[in-house]
Design a protein around this ligand. Structure first.
Ligand code: UFG
Length: 342
């Protein structure tokens, strides 16, 4: 029998790509998603790629009764990958309570049920935002946690604390927190990808929407940073590479290869790219000219961050392998498909 994995937020951006890779590895998946930031059609895309439709339950993880009934129904869960959360930095500043409630209560509800129903393993979606602007680059897992820049970032820090404190008193439970750098791109099949609502906050969806004619021009936020070309630097990681790291984390816990019951890993490429690098690379691989202008810095942005990936490389045996060229092309192919562009 296949091992059953619960993927919360499984119709979302990273969740859908991870569901595909889990099923390719022979896992069975059940998704919980309230569709607050995704659509039911994502399941069709997953099914087209995988030839299998994952089980799906639509409800809010903050609903304790429904979650309890879910755990009673799916008794043979082996692990959880918890993606479901609000993730817009700016929105979290305007609506802090909404973020704290949703992102933290859902996690605590899951942990209570894991303990009650004997589900031992959880992979948690964390973020490099926990490091703020690190003092040293590339940033290792030993870098100190900096005060959060936003309620969103704070929910990731507090969630890791909730997990770490809980693991101390629950030796039968295991957590792997994965600290993502900047996930971009789409599945090469173009059956699934990122579906931002409204005007995108993130760079790559804004770039692809600009190229598709939905936005007039990209605003490059700042060219006066202390970086080689003055624009801010991030570590952009292909979403399929990122998804594969989740499968490895699940394998690791199911095979009981984790020496400690709370572990955390940086997931990036190890290479920083500036905003202008992204613009130039996008133009090169797509042959499209991008309309952009330099404007002032965006509030709350850090100058530069990229990952030291040696711990993930050595301990997980995982390395990002997809190039920035290929990744930006996949983002563009997905945008073209969404907009019906040939
Ligand atoms: N940028 C632009 N123009 C845009 C959008 C972004 O120049 O229209 C720049 C930003 O200023 C930044 C870079 O592109 O320098 C990347 O911005 P994103 O918004 O794509 O990503 P961030 O690094 O700001 O955000 C990411 C995650 C968040 C997380 C944050 C922590 O998306 O979830 O890192 O730093 F909280």
């Amino acid at each position: 029998m296949k091992d059953l994995i619960l993927v919360t937020g499984g119709t979302g951006y990273i969740g859908s790509h991870t569901t595909v890779e889990l099923m390719a590895k022979g896992y069975e998946v059940v998704i919980i998603d309230n569709l607050s930031n995704s659509t039911i059609e994502v399941l069709d895309g997953i099914e087209k790629i995988s030839g299998i439709r994952p089980a799906f339950e639509q409800f809010d993880l903050c609903d304790k009764e429904k979650l309890n009934a879910f755990f009673s129904k799916y008794k043979n869960l082996k692990a959880i990958i918890h993606f479901a959360a609000y993730k817009a930095v700016g929105e979290s500043v305007d609506k802090p309570l909404m973020y704290y409630q949703n992102n933290l209560i859902s996690l605590m509800n899951l942990l209570e049920n894991m303990d009650d129903f004997g589900v031992p393993n959880i992979v948690f979606s964390s973020s490099c935002t926990v490091y703020g602007q690190p003092d040293e680059l590339p940033v290792t897992e030993k870098a100190p946690i900096k005060p959060a820049e936003s309620p969103y970032g704070n929910t990731k820090q507090i969630a890791e604390e909730i997990l770490s404190d809980t693991m101390k008193v629950k030796p039968n439970l295991n957590t792997i927190a994965l600290r993502y750098f900047n996930p971009i791109g789409a599945h090469p099949s173009t059956e699934i990808g990122e579906l931002p609502r409204g005007i995108p906050n993130n760079l790559v969806p804004f770039v692809t929407q600009t190229a598709a004619g939905l936005r007039e021009g990209l605003k490059v936020f700042g060219d006066d940073y202390n970086t080689p070309d003055g624009s801010a630097v991030r570590d952009y990681i292909n979403v399929v590479d990122l998804a594969l790291a989740h499968v490895i984390a699940i394998d690791r816990m199911l095979e009981k290869k984790n020496p400690a019951n709370f572990e955390f890993f940086n997931l990036g490429t190890g290479t920083g790219s500036s905003v202008l690098d992204i613009v130039k690379t996008f133009e090169k691989v797509t042959g499209k000219k991008l309309n952009y202008e330099i404007v002032k810095r965006r509030a709350g942005d850090i100058e530069q961050v990229w990952a030291d990936t040696s711990v993930a490389n050595e301990i997980l045996g995982w390395k990002a392998s997809r190039s920035l060229d290929e990744t930006l092309l996949s983002a563009w192919n997905w945008e073209k498909k969404l907009r019906g562009i040939n």
